[in-house]
Design a protein. Sequence first.
Length: 171
Amino acid sequence: MLNASQTCCFSGYRPEKVKGWELPNGIPPKEIESSIEEAIIRAYKSGYLFFISGMSRGFDLWAADKVIKLKELYPIKLFCAIPFDEQNLYWSDVVKKQYNDIILKSDYVYSMSRKYTPDCFYVRNKFMVDGSSRLICWFNGTQGGTSFTLRCAKRKGLEIDNLYEQQMITY
């Protein structure tokens, strides 16, 4: 298993949950993309070498893709924590390709379940938090998996890097 003191996980929303994120091509809004990159570099400079993505559409995939790109500059590794094997079955072809490309370029892949179960996303989120000491997230108060993950991370004492709060300060 990864060393939690050097491991950071990601959590954020799917594109349809945030106004302005509904881009059909799977590409993140530029301000989100640059915020993710800056957060990963900050984490690396603080000693983080391993990054866990839950591989859901939106923030998770954008963060994973950014780790893949930054691997060319930094000695970091990507761990894909998949909630169940066929989670991408009903996604658009563009996002499926993005997902599959990330899986192929990642360093580790672990699936929580062969098939969908009602709690597989929560199991995945808890797995990521339990194996990490830092969370990079984009949380604006909307309830769901990201709020659950953030609550778990706070209870466990993880460092929290909420890019939404930083973006609100910037604008």
